[in-house]
Write a protein that binds this ligand. Structure first.
Ligand code: NAD
Length: 564
């Protein structure tokens, strides 16, 4: 019995531990990395709480240490997907009817477990499986995931509180029902926190979910599964289906019970999924909700008044942290000509201090890119740049893939602002700079019109007029816009995240807006003393009505028009 209007604890962003030499967290994390390296795991699909051996396995290796084996994962088959759909539909009844506080408690408990006993395990798995350094793992796999869990609960509570007004004698209510059917969550490799948020945000609202992680994130995905189980998530609410895209996606999208898609990944994959849903539309019982956060070609624009050290730092952190494999990574930079020599000098000084290598050596700022396909794509861009007239490889350009997929932080300077690396998402440690002698207004037009994406962007200037003008002129160019800061590192609850144009549906992950997409509202009107006869006062006759009626009977007047 829940006779209480409960308020969850007020969320506060999880403090980021710094892992400095001599700190207890550094020693603990090192020990956990060593422990995980010392054993192999077998990651299995989980359907209705049962782990299923499918026999279709793939080896999991650290992208920075290809000679080492972390374990294997089993890929879900069509029959596993079908069982998961049936199980999710079964689980929906009990899960959706549970009091919201009981569901919320699962996620609040998960947050506390992750802040405590699961923190090192989640961070170490993210370091090893996705090649993140300790800091990048901490801000993602620990802090952001904890924030998603805690803030989503608080936003959910606020949402439930939003109720309509009522007139005398009537009580109006809005119910935030889960969608009818199941939700399909499809997550990318690059953020462990996003992998957790995509299935859990709809689940918090009472939906049941099929979750397909990226094959290259399976190692830390397993830790999310264990965390949620430990937090008390009932079997069947989140069905875990590791595997290849179409193997899982095709049977899921063919189900008449698909109620929603919660996607983060490339624009190309999202477009494919949306097309497929569109062509299956006649088979669905309801219109599926489609939420997708996709690619980016994120910009930094530096006005000549900007602080060159601040611009260089934003490029180094924004473009090269996590090897540029962030949807928000700075990847096209526009610098006004008078400022460039100072920015270049500062860049050179900072890049000289960066080392590239495995995550086990905490002094490496840059680690490996995720896989061979990604390595080939990134080095392809660099090779072509090296051979192109009008493009200078100003820094970096090196790579090696003998023991891991390492690409040096690379800065290209392109004369042509439409050169391919100024326009296309590379998703690697490559920043393309265009040094411009256009007017600042013309430069802003160029920034706005160069790429099909609109995810993040940053403007640097010491001049308030310039910041205000850029803000206004670039209003549609980025869903997350930064003044004098790098375009990465959005924090849940502080900078709700998402972009428009080719970057997605901009439903702002980790916000009330996103949660609303997983609710199908029911308006309820209750009348305390209902009418017992159809008449209204206006129907009572007065003297005019009597005269009109008499004239009508005598045939001397046209009959009055009547309304519906
Ligand atoms: P991806 O598109 O290759 O894969 C994303 C997911 O889709 C994976 O789980 C993949 O297996 C799955 N998938 C592929 N084909 C499928 C199909 N036919 N049916 C069902 N699922 C299918 O993306 P990625 O390489 O994992 O991630 C990088 C991309 O994600 C980049 O483009 C990046 O910009 C984007 N991203 C965007 C955001 C954001 O918030 N906008 C955040 C993180 C990543």
């Amino acid at each position: 019995m829940h006779n209480a209007i409960a308020s969850p604890p007020s969320p506060v962003n999880e403090p980021v531990l710094d892992y400095a030499p001599g700190s207890p967290e550094r020693a603990r994390l090192r020990a956990e990395v060593a422990r995980q390296r010392g054993e192999t795991v077998e990651v299995l699909p989980v359907v209705d709480g049962r782990r299923v051996e499918t026999g279709r396995t793939e080896t999991i290796r650290p992208p920075h240490d290809l000679g080492h084996t972390l374990g294997t994962f089993h890929k879900a088959r069509t029959e596993d997907v079908e069982a998961a759909i049936a199980g999710a539909l079964d689980a929906r009844h009990d899960w959706s009817r549970l009091d919201w506080t009981d569901r919320a408690a699962v996620f609040l408990k998960a947050a506390d477990l992750l802040a405590g006993p699961f923190r090192d395990r989640m961070n170490a798995a993210t370091m090893l499986g996705q090649s993140k350094n300790p800091y990048q793992a901490e801000i993602d796999a620990a802090c952001e995931m904890i924030d998603f869990f805690r803030f989503n609960v608080a936003f959910y509570r606020e949402m439930l509180e939003e109720q309509p007004t009522s007139s005398p004698g009537v009580w109006n209510r809005t119910e935030y029902r889960p969608l009818e059917g199941f939700v399909f969550a499809v997550s990318p490799f690059n953020f462990t926190s996003i992998a957790a948020n995509l299935p859990t945000a709809p689940a918090l609202l009472g939906n049941t979910v099929l979750w397909k992680p990226a094959p290259t994130q399976t190692y830390s995905a397993q830790v999310i599964v264990d965390l949620l189980e430990e937090a008390g998530m009932p079997p069947g609410v989140i069905q875990f289906l590791p595997g290849d895209g179409a193997d899982v996606g095709d049977p899921v999208l063919a189900s008449p019970d698909l109620a929603g898609l919660h996607f983060t990944g490339s624009t190309q994959t999202f477009n494919h999924l949306w097309h497929t849903i569109g062509s299956n539309l006649d088979t669905y019982k309801a219109y599926p909700r489609i939420v997708g956060e996709t690619g980016g070609k994120d910009f930094i624009v530096a006005h000549e008044s900007a602080n060159p050290d601040a611009v260089a730092t934003a490029i180094v952190r924004g473009a090269f942290e996590y090897q540029g494999q962030k949807c928000s990574a700075a990847s096209r930079v526009y610098v006004q000509k008078p400022l460039w020599p100072a920015v270049r000098e500062a860049l050179e000084a900072q890049l000289a201090d960066i080392t590239v290598g495995p995550v086990e050596d905490f002094s490496n700022f840059v680690n490996a890119v995720i896989d061979q396909k990604s390595f080939d794509k990134i080095t392809g861009y660099i090779d072509r740049a090296q051979k192109s007239d009008g493009v200078e490889v100003a820094f970096g350009g090196g790579s090696r893939s003998d023991d891991g997929f390492f690409v040096d932080p690379t800065v290209l300077v392109a004369d042509d602002p439409a050169y391919e690396t100024m326009e296309q998402e590379i998703f690697g440690p490559v920043a393309s700079v265009h040094v411009s002698d256009r007017s600042f207004d013309d430069l802003l037009t160029l920034v706005d019109q160069t790429s099909p994406y609109a995810l993040t962007g940053a403007v640097f200037s010491q001049d308030r007029q310039i910041l205000a003008r850029a803000s206004e002129r670039l209003a549609d160019a980025a869903g997350n816009f930064y003044l004098n800061d790098k375009p990465t590192g959005a924090v849940v609850g502080q900078q709700p995240f998402g972009g428009a144009r080719g970057s997605g549906t901009n439903d702002k992950a980790g916000s009330k807006l996103n949660l609303l997409r997983w609710a199908s509202l029911r308006s309820i009107k209750e009348t305390f003393v209902p009418a017992t006869h159809f008449t209204y006062p206006f129907l009572d006759k007065d003297t005019s009505d009597v005269e009109i009626a008499e004239r009508a009977t005598n045939g001397s007047a046209a009959a009055p028009a009547s309304g519906a």
